[in-house]
Every structure is written in C-alpha cells, then in structure tokens.
Design a protein around this ligand. Structure first.
Ligand SMILES: [Zn+2]
Length: 475
C-alpha cells in the first residue's frame, strides 16, 4: 500500500508536465480523454476518402523496455529519477498488462500507464516529420505543400494500440518502417501477429475491408448514387459505418448468457437486477455507433435465452406458458421482460434495441484538464473541483453556451445564474428553472421581462488559477 501511494504521488508530480507535451492524437489513459475521442478522430480522417490502414499493436514486452532510454526521456529531478529507476528494476513494467483492458486492470501499478505513455510519446510527431518527404503531387504535377502532406496522414493511438491512415499504400508502408525503427530506440517492437495492413473500402491482399479498434469496427461500404454523400458536388460512392465489432458483440452476449445460466434457481427480480447494469454498460459504450440491426440481433438472442431459462424452471410447461408468465406488454411492446405491468415503473429488463444514439463531441486536439480552461472542462465533464456542482452541471447541460446570445462562455467571462421564469412571475428556485447567462445578456433579459429582481441573482466566479485535483479525475 505504501508503494501504491508513493506511485500515485509520483504520478501527480509528473503528469501535468507530460500532459502539456503529449501529442494531440494520444487518447489512452489520459485525464479527460476516452476511447470515444479516439474513434472521433478516425471518422473525419476517412469519411471523405477511402484509405489504407496500418492497424498495429506494440508487443507486450515492456519488460524489454530500455530503462536508460526511458529515464533519459523522463528527464526529471534526482529524487524521482532514483525512485522510478528502482521501480523499473523491481519490474513494474515487466511482463504485465500496463494498460487496463476490458478483461482486467493493469497489474504493473499506478504509475505504469503513464510511464508507458511517456515511452511511446513522439510517434505521432515522427510520422508528421516523415510526411514532409512524402511524394504527393497535385494534378498539375507539382508537389503538395508541407501542411497538406502532414494533414494527409492520420495517426491515432490509444495506449499501445494505434492506427495509421493514408490513401497511398507505399506511404503507409514507409510509416510502418519508421515506427518499427522508432520503437527500437525504446527497446520495443511491433507484434507481427497483431499488425495488419488493410483498406477501409476494398479488399486488399485477401484482407477484408476495414479494421477493428477499441472494440469498434470501422469500415466503408460502396453505395448507390442516391444514398452516397458528396464532396464538392462529386459523389463519394461509399459510406463510413462504425459499429461494435464481432468480438465485442460475442463477449457481451456470452456474459449475458452466463448470468442467465447462473440464475437458474433465482427469481426474475434478481435476474433483472443483475442483468441491467451489464446491458446498460455495453449499450452506453456503443451508444455513439448504434446499429439497429446489431442491437436488435443481440436483443433477440437474449430473449431466446430468457425463454430457455423459463423452460428450465418449469419443466412441464411450454414456450407459450413461459412467455405469458415472464413477458409483459408495456407501452405497446409485448416483449418486455418484466415482473408486472402494474404500477408506474415496473421492474423491467433493459433492451439493447431501445438504445438511443448519442453524439460524442471529440476532445479538442491539445486540451488537457491541466490547461486551466475551467469552462471547457466543466462543460465537458459536468464537474470541476473549483466549480459549484450546480454551475458545472448547468454548463454541461447548456454545452458551455449562453442561451441568450448563443456564444460559448470563455474563461474570464462574467456569468450569472438566471431564473428562466423570473421569481417575480412565480418562477421557482429549482434546477429546472436555472440557466447560466453572460452578465450583459442577463441584464438584457431582465430589462425585457421587467423582472428587475437583482436580489435573487448569484454571481458565479470563475477561478483564475486552479490546480486540478487528482481525485476528480476518477470518474
Ligand atoms: Zn450571452
């Protein structure tokens, strides 16, 4: 426990500096960033152009990581350097999963994901530098400018899993060579069995189109002229579709089926209570890419499994009897696995197929919760250590915008809490009746609605300098 605490302390000391330096397209195990941000970076890279993709995995041989190279890169003061060296020697990085996966937590310790991210820092920049030497010509035969060349290649990394995207196969191969060389400097290498070269739209050397990344499948399908998108009036001819990949679907269904099997002798109530968090979690993770077909298929499999569960409990009854006993008609849907339709909120099983699509707004390129932009991070996360819970959740609800003028709040703006229905007209002091407005927008509103009731206005102060508290990063 002492060591874990010490590792947490060292992480707190090192992280802000590295957060300021980390590359924009590194998304794994960094505060304020998620898998959805990584997927959010992939979509715009390919939605207007089909590309080749190198889908690679760094071999989990962090035990072969070059300690001296890592310490040199860390370039920190002696006390921490000595401590990190001791941890490296003791094997915090050895033969362990450094990044938590869906199957478990990292075993290396609190500090190891950060150390691994530091070790892998610089890959994106190396690719962008290589881009200057790409051979890319305009229709008139002249070379493209540096900026366009750099923009033409996309590198997205989540922990030790990354993809490189470019329309030109030769260039993708050059990038792969560069990355292999680059990794050698840290004593690392690409895992050949998990490194795959494919194309997002077409079959390439017997590799199916598309690729899997972070539990998602990303691929493009040819479309007819009526369903195709356009770029500058020209038909695209394909559509980019992101869905939960086969493996995630299988794993999820397997988990659902296991829970149902374990509940052979238990009540329907217990079964529903234990299944709901699993279904909710999976559907939330994939709610940015809801594919009706996939979600319905999993739900149908679940229903079939539930019917079998019922048949096992009542050996002498049939399917129909089981259906009538355990399924109810609620809100016109006669396939609701629920206790009883009576009462307002009967306990019922969540359905995959009722998941609503939610749009994920990708994190800004170089944004970090340490960057001091309290408004941005409060709007994004709905909370901030130096902001009132109410203010932060209102900011999130309003997407960081002032409803009066429609502009985004910026750090340093004077923001006030307004009663949507003025108190003078019977408006209440409750969350639903609150909104945040610029002070000048607020003045305007009170002038118009004539509710000059300044007494009820509490002004919100945005702290100027703040330190991001570690405990707020745990979500
Ligand atoms: Zn405003």
């Amino acid at each position: 426990m002492y060591d874990r605490a010490l590792q947490a302390l060292v992480k707190m000391a090192l992280e802000p500096e590295w957060e300021a330096r980390f590359e924009p397209n590194s998304y794994g195990f960094r505060p304020g960033r998620s898998c959805h941000d990584a997927i959010g970076a992939i979509y715009p890279a390919i939605n207007k152009k089909a590309k080749y993709v190198l889908d690679a995995d760094i071999a989990k041989c962090f035990d072969r990581i070059n300690h001296e190279a890592l310490l040199k890169k860390l370039n920190t003061f002696p006390t921490i350097r000595r401590q990190v060296r001791a941890w490296l020697k003791a094997g915090v990085m050895d033969g362990k999963r450094l990044f938590p996966t869906s199957e478990g937590t990292p075993q290396g310790g609190v500090i190891s994901p950060l150390l691994a991210n530091i070790a892998l820092h610089g890959m994106e920049n190396a690719i962008k530098e290589l881009a200057d030497t790409f051979d890319m010509k305009r229709p008139d035969g002249t070379q493209l400018g540096k900026r366009d060349k750099r923009k033409s290649v996309n590198f997205v990394r989540y922990a030790d899993d990354f993809v490189i995207l470019h329309e030109d196969l030769t260039i993708v191969k050059r990038c792969q060579e560069l990355i292999s060389d680059w990794l050698k400097g840290m004593g690392l290498e690409l895992k050949p069995s998990k490194t795959r070269l494919a194309h997002t739209l077409e079959e390439h050397l017997e590799e199916k189109p598309g690729f899997d990344f972070l539990g998602f499948n990303v691929r493009q399908y040819p479309t007819g002229k009526y369903t195709s998108g356009r770029v500058n009036g020209k038909l695209l001819g394909f559509k980019t579709i992101i869905t939960p990949n086969k493996d995630s679907q299988k794993k999820h269904y397997k988990k659902v089926a296991e829970i149902i099997d374990k509940h052979k002798g238990l009540s329907q109530t217990t079964l529903i209570k234990n299944l709901n968090p699993i279904i909710r979690g999976w559907c939330n993770y994939f709610s940015t890419v809801v594919s009706q077909k996939i979600f319905e298929r999993i739900w149908h499999l679940t229903v079939w499994k539930l019917i079998k569960w019922g048949i096992k409990r009542h050996r002498n009854k049939g399917k129909k009897w089981v259906y009538l006993k355990y399924f109810q008609t609620i809100g016109g849907d006669n396939w609701t696995f629920a206790i009883s339709p009576k009462g307002k909120n009967p306990l019922r099983l969540l359905k995959h197929s009722e998941t609503k699509i939610t749009r994920h707004v990708k994190v800004k390129d170089d944004a970090s919760p340490y960057n001091g932009d309290t408004i941005y991070w409060s709007s994004r996360m709905g909370k901030h250590p130096e902001m009132l819970k109410r203010t932060a959740s209102l900011l999130k609800k309003q997407n960081g915008k002032c409803p009066k003028c429609g502009l985004s709040f910026k750090d340093g703006d004077l923001i006030e809490l307004d009663h949507i229905i003025p108190k003078s007209k019977g408006g209440r002091n409750e969350y639903n009746n609150y909104q945040l407005l610029h002070r000048h927008c607020h003045d305007e509103k009170t002038r118009i609605d004539g509710s000059l009731n300044k007494g009820s206005i509490s002004q919100i102060k945005i702290p100027e300098n703040y330190r991001w508290e570690q405990d707020m990063l745990v979500t």
